[in-house]
Design a protein around this ligand. Structure first.
Ligand SMILES: *[C@@H]1O[C@H](CO)[C@@H](O)[C@H](O)[C@H]1NC(C)=O
Ligand SMILES: *[C@@H]1O[C@H](CO)[C@@H](O)[C@H](O)[C@H]1NC(C)=O
Length: 412
């Protein structure tokens, strides 16, 4: 072996290891920012797990490269060979991760570019009521027509479609597709979305009964397709021809319901991620244990976080405004259901689309089912913990949702 080989080899190794280390760190930081962004719009666990795995792999690679770098002074030829192997492994990991990232960026970019050309469905289309044969649905139908024209008038007055177009990528990632009955459903958490997904799975032939699908299968299974999984033509065709539905809920009720679900029960995601940050920033003299677990967030603290223009942690789909989740003025939804009349609206909708007669909307609550439902009285109790100003600012926070869906009377 030439003496120069001995000198050059380890040096090469160190440089490459260091480079991968730096690349790893940068990439890791980029991922963090990306995850933060994703988080506000897409909180599904499967995606999160994938991201965590991604992040951990990168972190490990980075740690290994730092360790290798620190050892450089003691390196012998043998160690040098060893590091060379490590460097090769690292290089493979890094390049495979980078190419995955690159693919992802390419896809998002091309989707974004194409979405700009999307012609959104023009105005409100009439509902096709040819399958409604009896008078049973008269009330549901009247309410539906009122809501549709109310939203339509609102959007005509206030919305600027061009401004909203930049959000198209987010939007199409929130819409579920049911191709057999030609339905697009925009998911609004805490407004009956688990049962809606169950119904769509049954309609799609993915399950025989809504009652047999577990909570986890509904939310973390990869069953229903989302609108962003199609190409531009596919997206365009579906937006123009499918029945687009949205289910909404009184913003205060939805907010309290989200708080109870995520913070008043053990939760391995919301406590460490949101709870910790909230307690750290808004609780004076917090106990060490609370700071460590993030459990026990109070409603008032949660509202302080919600109203803070410098939130220590981002928004989440469970309390994000419906106007930002589903863009009702951009999509021209054909059917607007309300959680307050969920079963009536849902069953009327199932009639409209000609669903099998035996299929009705399930009325069960599959998480924390022993808890009292979040109703007006429960909401009142929570809102009483806030100051008048906090209450007012919270209503204002959901101002657009209140207006669009005619939730005008605040519960005080
Ligand atoms: C309305 O629905 C019926 C039954 O699905 C269908 O045959 C008819 O073509 C539809 N009408 C329009 C205008 O789409
Ligand atoms: C809006 O809400 C008010 C009060 O609840 C109700 O009287 C009215 O009919 C609603 N308007 C529409 C268009 O639904």
């Amino acid at each position: 072996m030439q003496p120069s080989d001995r000198v050059m080899n380890p040096r090469h190794v160190f440089i490459s290891v260091l480079m991968f280390g730096v690349a790893g760190l940068l990439f890791f930081m980029y991922l963090q920012a990306w995850i933060e962004e994703q988080h506000t719009v897409n909180g599904t666990l499967s995606k999160r797990r994938f991201q965590e795995h991604f992040e951990n792999t990168m972190l490990r690679a980075y740690q290994r490269s730092v360790a290798a770098n620190l050892n450089k002074r003691q390196t012998t030829v043998i160690r040098g060979k060893h590091s060379q192997e490590q460097a090769n492994t690292l290089s493979e990991v890094a390049s495979s991760l980078l190419s995955q990232l690159y693919e992802q960026q390419k896809m998002t970019k091309s989707l974004l570019k194409h979405l700009k050309q999307l012609n959104l469905p023009p105005v409100m289309r009439p509902l096709n009521k040819s399958l409604i044969k009896d008078d049973r649905w008269k009330n549901a139908d009247e309410a539906q027509e009122k809501r549709r024209s109310f939203l339509y008038d609102f959007c005509k007055k206030y919305s600027s479609k061009n401004q909203l177009r930049t959000h198209l990528v987010r939007m199409v990632s929130r819409i579920y597709v049911e191709d057999r009955h030609r339905i697009l459903y925009c998911e609004v958490p805490k407004a009956g979305c688990s049962n809606w997904k169950r119904i769509l799975m049954v309609l799609n032939g993915l399950a025989s009964s809504a009652y047999s699908i577990s909570h986890n299968t509904v939310h973390y299974g990869k069953h229903l397709k989302k609108l962003d999984s199609y190409d531009l033509k596919g997206i365009q065709r579906r937006l123009n021809t499918y029945t687009k539905i949205l289910f909404v809920r009184d913003p205060m009720e939805r907010l309290v319901s989200a708080f109870r679900d995520k913070f008043e029960h053990p939760n391995s995601y919301y406590h460490p991620v949101f709870g910790k940050a909230i307690i750290k920033k808004y609780r004076l003299n917090a106990h060490e244990m609370a700071l460590k677990t993030g459990s026990g967030v109070k409603f008032k603290e949660f509202i302080q976080y919600l109203l803070d223009s410098q939130r220590p942690v981002g928004m989440d789909i469970h309390w994000e405004q419906i106007s930002k989740l589903c863009y009702p003025c951009l999509i021209n939804y054909d059917f607007i259901g309300k959680f307050e009349t969920l079963e009536e609206d849902a069953n009327y909708f199932l009639q409209l689309i000609g669903a099998p007669a035996e299929l009705t909307f399930p009325n069960f609550k599959d998480r924390h089912s022993s808890d009292e439902r979040t109703n007006t009285e429960v909401v009142r109790q929570y809102l009483n913990e806030l100051s008048i100003t906090e209450r007012q600012l919270t209503y204002d926070f959901y101002y657009l949702d209140n207006l669009m869906f005619n939730y005008t009377t605040p519960i005080v």
